[in-house]
Design a protein around this ligand. Structure first.
Ligand SMILES: Cc1cc2nc3c(=O)[nH]c(=O)nc-3n(C[C@H](O)[C@H](O)[C@H](O)COP(=O)(O)O)c2cc1C
Length: 480
């Protein structure tokens, strides 16, 4: 495993060395034009793009940094996304050690956890330039208007930092921010998100907020990770990086931000200061409806002298966020298995915009086991918002959608094996009659047991191993 890049500049240099970055020196408009270019490049599996000359801004714009599996792995410093998961799994699996060697290994693991805690530094590049009050001007940044019906430019790749007013626990989340004017934006904290919960918990009705843009890729990824509320996403970033995230105190609010950020916005969000945000062309492939959201009033903007702005385009899948989502799918599998050890693997198809479908394979051991797993997933963190769950047997490859479709069509009696229930749904799901709440679909595509009202289950057709070996050995002889 390599050490992940320490800041956005190291990351850009690494991408360039690996042939994963293209510089565009032509003047290009952040208003729609960058989206169309990026969308074509993302959908053809192309490189990260550094727009050196965005129209009306002196700051370059980096996009598509996460757009392929290879770049997501480079970002995390791993060969495969499962390697990042294994690192976490190793900690979650810790048992009381036996013997000296195991004790030493255990201590090293604990040290890697202890070293994940962020540390504060006195001086930081992200504060080289300081604008306050009337000098704050978001117009300096090449903020994209992504899709034709978006009413304004949106900051799309921010790490938004708040603290729970009661416990003091930090939260870092990625929430889009629609520009209102030169010193305010909306804060798109959806119904089930922790940033929103922090605001709702504020007894005096407002909370300080800091926004970091242009981070090292692991910290940027961590902002999108669905950690439980009591866990600090910067701990996860430190753990995945193998070194703590360095923080610096903000200039005008009582918060800390990653010292390596390119750009920082500081300010306040209040419960009674809201407006109508959106519509926005979102990762569902549709425009999300305009609706009320709180306003972020910016008190200060700090940045590096030659700050690079980082952005992302979401839209009809697959878009760049696919690999952020896939990283989460892989990295969180060991944590999901802590509650459900019978799970072999799962897959959240990109085309299902992640919350629309989960395919899960299990070691089925008793009647109703598939239904047990469905209900447990509908009660687990952000997976609770999944609209449909397909359960297959342990030997089925959940990433092979053709095989999964075969099982769903072959193994399911729709009357017996389809569960329709209801529960909370993703904020952005436009299909249900009511927002936030509606139907859920569970499909049990496992083999059925006699107790599940099934006839004796037939044997699956599988060629015998000795014949397979024979044919492999003789393959060249057949001249095929
Ligand atoms: C590119 C991108 C944009 C996102 N935009 C939003 C958003 O506007 N609002 C939101 O609530 N979640 C958004 N998310 C999802 C959250 O970042 C994600 O659910 C995260 O876990 C939220 O953190 P929290 O659980 O600490 O609130 C976005 C994710 C990505 C990758």
């Amino acid at each position: 495993m390599a050490t992940p890049p320490r800041d956005l500049r190291e990351w850009i240099a690494l991408l360039e060395r690996e042939g994963e970055l293209r510089r565009i020196s032509a003047e290009v408009d952040p208003d729609l034009e960058i989206t169309e270019i990026t969308d074509r490049v993302v959908k053809s599996g192309g490189p990260a793009l550094l727009f050196e000359n965005p129209k009306s801004s002196s700051h370059p714009l980096l996009i598509n940094q996460f757009g392929t599996e290879r770049r997501m792995c480079l970002a995390l410093g791993v060969e495969t996304l499962d390697d990042a998961a294994a690192k976490l799994g190793d900690i979650l699996d810790m048992q009381p050690p036996e013997g000296l060697r195991e004790k030493v290994r255990g201590l090293l693991k604990l040290k890697s956890l202890a070293d994940s805690r962020p540390k504060t530094v006195a001086k930081a590049p992200c504060q080289e330039v300081f604008y306050e009050g009337a000098d704050v001007d978001l117009g300096r940044l090449p903020i994209q208007r992504c899709w034709p019906d978006d009413p304004a430019p949106f900051i799309t790749l921010p790490a938004v930092i708040t603290k729970d007013p009661k416990t003091g626990t930090r939260n870092v989340g990625m929430y889009r921010m629609q520009v209102i004017d030169k010193s305010s934006t909306f804060m798109h904290w959806q119904m089930h998100k922790d940033g929103r919960a922090d605001l709702l918990a504020a007894e005096d009705g407002r909370i300080p907020v800091a926004v970091a843009i242009g981070l090292d890729p692991v910290t940027a990824y961590s902002a999108s990770a669905p950690l439980p509320k009591h866990l600090d996403e910067l701990m996860l970033a430190g753990f995945l990086r193998g070194e703590p995230v360095e923080l610096v105190r903000c200039k005008t609010v009582d918060l800390e931000v990653p010292a390596n950020a390119e750009i920082v916005l500081e300010g306040w969000v209040a419960k009674d200061d809201t407006g109508i945000e959106g519509p926005f062309g979102d990762h569902t492939g549709y425009y999300s409806h305009a609706e009320p959201f709180p306003i972020f009033r910016i008190s200060a903007m700090t940045m590096r002298r030659d700050a690079i702005y980082a952005s992302i385009v979401v839209g009809k899948p697959p878009a760049e966020d696919a690999w952020l989502g896939k990283a989460t799918e892989r990295i969180f599998l060991p944590a999901v298995r802590m509650t459900l050890p019978e799970i072999v693997d799962y897959d959240l198809p990109v085309a299902g915009a992640f919350h629309n479908c989960v395919i899960v394979s299990i070691r089925k051991a008793f009647p109703g086991h598939a239904q047990k797993v469905m209900h447990a997933l509908w009660g687990l963190g952000m997976l609770s918002l999944s609209k449909s769950i397909v359960v297959v047997d342990e030997h089925v490859d959940v990433h092979d959608y053709a095989d999964v479709f075969f099982r769903v069509t072959a193994n399911v009696d729709p009357k017996r094996d389809v569960l329709i229930t209801e529960g909370p749904l993703d904020h952005l799901d436009h299909a249900p009659g009511r927002q936030f709440y509606g139907g859920k679909l569970g499909i049990d595509a496992t083999h059925k047991l006699p107790e599940e009202d099934a006839r004796p289950w037939p044997e699956e057709i599988v060629m015998s191993e000795d014949v397979k070996e024979l044919v492999t050995r003789r393959w060249v002889e057949y001249g095929l």
